[in-house]
Design a protein around this ligand. Sequence first.
Ligand code: CP
Ligand code: NVA
Length: 367
Amino acid sequence: MSPPHLMTLADLSVPQIRRLLSHSFYSKQLSLPWLEPHTPQNSRAKDLKLPSQSLFNKTVALMFNKRSTRTRLAAETSTTLLGGRALFLGKDDIQLGVNESARDTARIVGGMCQGIFARVGDHSEIEELAKYSPVPVINALSSYWHPTQILADLLTLHEHAHLFPDPSASPSDPSKPDIKNAKTSIKTKKKRMAALPELRPLTVAYVGDSANVLHDMLVTYPRLGHSLRVASPPKYRAPPEVWKRVEELGCDKGIWWGEDPKEAVHGADVVVTDTWISMGQEAEKAQRLQDFQGYQVTEQLCREGGANPDWKFMHCLPRKPDEVDDEVFYGPRSLVFPEADNRKWSMMALFDLLIGKWNIYVPEAEA
Ligand code: CP
Ligand code: NVA
């Protein structure tokens, strides 16, 4: 059996993505009590169910040749919860790229570690690792894709589903677990845990650079029933390799693409952006700052563009004030910090299923 790699969410079917989201939500509920201080007055450990220990005695190599705060932290802390060890291998720590090829490195690391989580420059670098690795390789960000970010974003939207009420549905108490859903979608032993809240189809606007974060949104949101409205300057359109995947999955039918940020946010329930200068593009900074003038996400832009008055804001972080002002970023619409926290829980689910169990392809009912 070949290892289940993950280069982009385009590699996963809709049931697989849903399974990952449900498992992220479940893993979070199970794990949070373990992270509280267990003082003598609060010694509940004996009553707590352990999260999956599928990485017990296992090591995940984090091969990062670019900086990271969230992705690295999420990987290291979630591996701990799964009983394993994350081994950080920065670009100056190993022979890769200087004295050794990706092919040989993949075989060597895969001979000693049970998974590879790699952050690379050009996307071809991670494809090369996956081609020769005997263990699962997961993309921690490449020039084209950022799949683990979009899993966390979707988990965050589902958790905040009560902020996006369905006008046609009867009112319900969002603080109560979705028992009906729980009964039908999780195993008997898990019944006391709430299931992932359902999310109505949203209109999601993305204003800014067509980069890795947007690209994984393009191949995922339309398949889950959400429509995407993108505004980017003409010369920053998604590359043909990405657009090919978008079309193969039929996602293009759910995407509106234009140049005008105001037009893009029309009717938006959620507005998303990313830095205008991705890692590795620092030399293009002056040109990019000029090309993206008018694309900053502000209250005024969304009001004038006719966004849903209750629109929410998301950003993968790290953030610069160029692409979103402080009023929005730190304001009540912003979901950016829960979104960052959820990197950990979605990573935990991904590592459990892909690296620990190799079973992302098993239907949820049999998990
Ligand atoms: N969002 C994200 O990937 O952040 P880091 O670059 O800090 O990992
Ligand atoms: N587009 C950004 C995302 C950072 C998480 C970059 O590649 O730098």
